[in-house]
Write a protein that binds this ligand. Structure first.
Ligand code: PEP
Length: 254
């Protein structure tokens, strides 16, 4: 299978930005700009914006995602949101294992796996984030780290379930810092992730899986990154908060 046959997906991670009114306005601005996208388009919004985002995107090519979910179906987990709750609302995607969750909220490879399996069981499509911190890159252990994160995240996940999963390679040192991995660095690690998928599930699954790059992607660098053979899309933070910038990245995915 060739790169052209994989689904390119541009997903916005709004993080803790925009209340419902701002979310509606941003989506309204984005709708005409994204209408002719030749890639998948997802906005992953704060929990409180989900309802508004689902309403505003109805009948459009823009899909809606959450930014996390809990691993339990229900119970005494104050302030948490289950995968089933998201599904009931009509949410399609969920980001899991984002480095900010790992860094600030104690997320581990094992809890990412638990959340992933809960998301799959509920019928959500996970966007699973992996990536090394600067010290790990400088130590030359990026491949080991990313291999481990990928393998643990996917524990107990079937070949069939892999059809619903997107993997996002996000070098932590490039997130929100303005420092982008070079296109070659991004391609190299996305290729290493694809190799892990081939070892776990075989070549066909590895070739069919969408692997995004994330880390300071913007209209000016998106084309070079997205042209790389193993880079099938982007997970976009800062640039997803301006409709014109996000649309510029969507255009670069043509
Ligand atoms: C992200 O939050 O996933 C991200 C890639 O952020 P930024 O684009 O701002 O680096």
């Amino acid at each position: 299978m060739k790169k052209e046959l994989r689904a390119a997906v541009i997903a916005g991670n709004w993080k803790m930005n925009c209340g419902p009114a701002a979310a509606k306005a941003l989506i309204e601005d984005l709708k005409p700009l994204a209408a002719n996208a030749e890639c998948g388009v997802i906005v992953c919004v704060p929990f409180v914006d989900l309802q508004v985002a689902l309403e505003a995107t109805k009948g459009t090519n823009i899909k809606v995602g959450a930014q996390n979910c809990h691993w339990a179906e229900s119970g005494a987990f104050t302030a948490e949101i289950s995968a089933g709750m998201l599904k009931e609302l009509g949410v399609e995607y969920v980001i899991l294992g984002h480095s900010e969750r790992r860094q600030y909220f104690g997320e581990t490879d094992v809890t990412v796996n638990q959340r992933l399996r809960a998301a799959l069981n509920a019928g959500l499509k996970p966007i699973v984030c992996v990536g090394e911190v600067l010290e790990q890159r400088e130590q030359g252990i990026t491949e080991e780290i990313v291999r481990m994160q990928t393998k643990v995240a996917l524990m107990g996940v079937s070949e069939e379930e892999m059809k619903s999963i997107i993997i996002a390679y996000e070098p932590v040192w490039a997130i929100g810092t303005g420092k982008t991995a070079t296109a070659d660095q991004a391609d190299e690690v996305c290729g290493q992730i694809r190799k892990v998928l081939a070892e776990l599930y075989g070549e066909a699954v590895a070739e069919a899986t969408t692997i995004q790059y994330g880390g300071s992607m913007k209209p000016s660098n998106a084309k070079e990154l997205l042209e790389k053979v193993h880079v099938d899309g982007g997970l976009i933070g800062g640039a997803a908060l301006k409709a014109a910038d996000f649309a510029g990245i969507i255009d670069a995915a043509k």
